[in-house]
Write a protein that binds this ligand. Structure first.
Ligand code: ATR
Length: 271
């Protein structure tokens, strides 16, 4: 029987996930279908109850449904709890199990793209939205000693730090460039630098040469931040890797194969 999965969001036409999972389904010769599902906010609860009855093994969840899907689930993984949001749902025995693989995807992407990343050093995150929370949870789960968070709206950085007592420190946005001294990883989690948005203006002068710079923005693939980091000699990792790696656990749960993230996948998703 054909296994069904997909991604729910609003809008959904721009999602790269169907191409990504479609590449893996073909590569591993699996009898499966992965489809984009345009679901509006008011229809989310009903859709999530209906999809398992239509034969779906699960779905990915994207903007704006990540928090709502988490709230509607019957069970949550520890990393979904930490993120307060779901990006991956597994339907099993009439129950909805919520997972969040964004943090794990982020960490795996940086490890693959910058093998010399010094994970025994603190990281600095720019931004304190939903993306930052998932990434922060992933970095702490991966054992980083400390994560600094800087956000334009300071209260949100403080609130995020308060969710993870002990290892997370909010720093004022204006002062963040002065906090770069011992940093091993600088990550932009804001929407700045995305096509149609202003670039992220952030001084890199104090960043140690061995620090890695990464951006969650992947349209464009090379943001101005990454270009400036390359010019200073830093290893950089673009935002596409996180998208590819976050998809791995869902594919395995629904289709039964742990898929590989490689250049062929990148090319297929970018095509
Ligand atoms: P996401 O789920 O993608 O993280 P979000 O929750 O809306 O989206 O968060 C967007 C992030 O980008 C926030 O950290 C936001 O900062 P504020 O909390 O101050 O709004 C940040 N951001 C967006 N536009 C920005 C700008 N022009 N300057 C600085 N930060 C900006």
């Amino acid at each position: 029987m054909t296994i069904l999965a997909g991604v729910i969001g609003d809008p959904i036409a721009q999602s790269r996930s169907p191409r990504l999972h479609g590449h893996w389904l073909a590569r591993y010769g699996i009898d499966g279908q992965y489809m984009p599902l345009h679901v509006r906010k008011d229809d989310l609860a009903e859709t999530l109850r209906l999809l398992p009855r239509l034969g779906f093994a699960g779905v990915n969840v994207t903007i704006p449904h990540k928090e709502a899907a988490f709230a509607l689930s019957d069970e949550r993984t520890a990393r979904a709890e930490a993120a307060g949001a779901a990006n991956t749902l597994v339907f099993r025995d009439g129950r909805i199990i919520a997972d969040n693989t964004d943090g794990l995807g982020f960490v795996a992407s940086v490890q693959q793209g910058a093998p010399n990343w010094q994970m025994d050093r603190p990281a600095l995150l720019l931004g304190a939205g939903g993306a930052a929370r998932g990434i922060l949870a992933g970095l702490l789960a991966a054992g980083l000693p400390e994560v600094l968070v800087a956000n334009r709206t300071a209260d949100k950085a403080v609130a995020l730090a308060d969710l993870f007592p002990g290892n997370v420190r909010a720093v004022p946005w204006d002062r963040a460039p002065d906090e770069l001294g011992g940093i091993g990883l600088l990550a932009n989690t804001t929407s700045l630098g995305m096509t149609g948005q202003p670039p992220l203006e952030f001084a890199l002068d104090h960043l140690p040469p061995e620090a890695v710079v990464t951006d969650v923005v992947y349209a464009p693939l090379r943001t101005q931040l990454l270009d400036r980091a390359v010019a200073r000699g830093h290893a950089t990792v673009d935002g596409l890797g996180m998208l590819l790696h976050q998809a791995v656990p869902g594919f395995e749960a629904w289709f039964g194969v742990w898929p590989e993230v490689d250049d062929a996948l990148r090319a297929a998703v970018l095509a």
